[in-house]
Design a protein around this ligand. Structure first.
Ligand code: SF4
Length: 299
């Protein structure tokens, strides 16, 4: 953990974003490194073993040479937990996150991926209309700000699926849809990764929950025991598919399955799947009301 103090709060948030975006791309969290190492211990296929050893070597080279773990710098996604007493309005926090993303892209420099969705023309330095993407939580009785940066690669983001199951489909329907989604995805999302599943709420909220699920530390379990049991069941099920590392066959198809849930309408049963590739990058910072910043890679 490293700490810095900056008096201008907008500047502090911008600095945090600029640091987090590059840091996340270069230095993956310890829980992910451990999960990849465990996968390598478990994998019995020769090809799968070679893929995992290459991934592990790649992670170390990126760290040693201050380079990126993958060429796809992703779309910048931030999760913000804003305390009600944090003395910078969310509109200004958003401006600062955007400026930090842009600065990181220019200074590193990073590949810029953002385009207008119809013209496909590049919109700048990994920023554009409604980009970066920011998810907000507002916390009562607190004056801090937590920012988590989760750059999301397109190979895995393209493997996102939604089904409005009917209530009669029950848990079996949820499992079936997740299994079908992962089998259809095959090697495209660069497995083995983390499968995020969102259940309940509404169509849009289920997908939001699936995305939130992939941003958790690898292997963490939902605090609801029923949901945690579903996570374990899906983990076992998906690793029986034989898809293996990079889809080339093997024992390890997913590193973990994370499920987030919300209560829903009595006639709804939405299920969303959001895949996160092996390069499950994330990095966090806490910005205090006085502008001091604490960086935390593993949160
Ligand atoms: S899906 Fe992930 S590992 Fe594959 S190219 Fe994209 S960012 Fe890289």
């Amino acid at each position: 953990m490293t700490t810095a103090t900056i008096t201008d709060l907008g500047q502090a948030v911008e600095d945090a974003a600029a640091h987090l975006y590059v840091w996340a791309l270069q230095d993956i969290p310890q829980d992910l490194r451990d999960a990849l190492a465990r996968a390598a211990e478990k994998e019995t296929s020769v090809t799968g073993q070679r893929v995992l050893q290459t991934i592990l070597r790649n992670v170390n080279v990126a760290e040693d040479q201050k380079n990126l773990v993958c060429q796809d710098t992703g779309i910048a996604v931030y999760y913000c937990r804003v305390g009600e007493g944090f003395p910078l309005h969310p509109a200004r926090i958003y401006e600062a996150l955007k400026a930090g993303t842009e600065r990181a892209t220019v200074e590193h420099p990073l590949r810029s991926n953002t385009v207008h969705t119809l013209t496909r023309e590049n919109t700048g330095q990994n920023v554009g209309y409604r980009v970066p993407i920011v998810h907000w939580d507002f916390i009562p009785d607190w004056d801090g700000l937590d920012v988590k940066c989760v750059p999301k690669g397109s190979g895995s983001e393209n493997m996102s699926f939604l089904k409005m199951c009917v209530p009669a489909d029950g848990v079996t329907g949820i499992k079936k849809f997740v299994l079908e989604s992962i089998v259809d995805a095959g090697g495209k999302p660069c497995p083995p990764g983390i499968v995020g599943v969102g259940i309940g709420g509404s169509a849009d909220y289920a997908m939001h929950l699936a995305k939130e699920a992939i941003a958790r530390p690898v292997g963490t379990r939902n605090e609801d025991p029923l949901v945690a049991e579903l996570e374990e069941d899906l983990y076992e099920l998906l690793n029986e598919t034989g898809i293996g590392p990079m889809g080339l066959g093997g024992d390890v198809t997913v590193l973990s399955v994370h499920v987030e849930h919300a209560d829903t309408h009595m006639t709804l049963n939405p299920v969303a799947v959001n895949y996160q590739c092996w390069a499950a990058r994330r990095a966090s910072a806490h910005v205090a009301a006085d502008g001091s910043i604490e960086y935390e890679r593993d949160a």
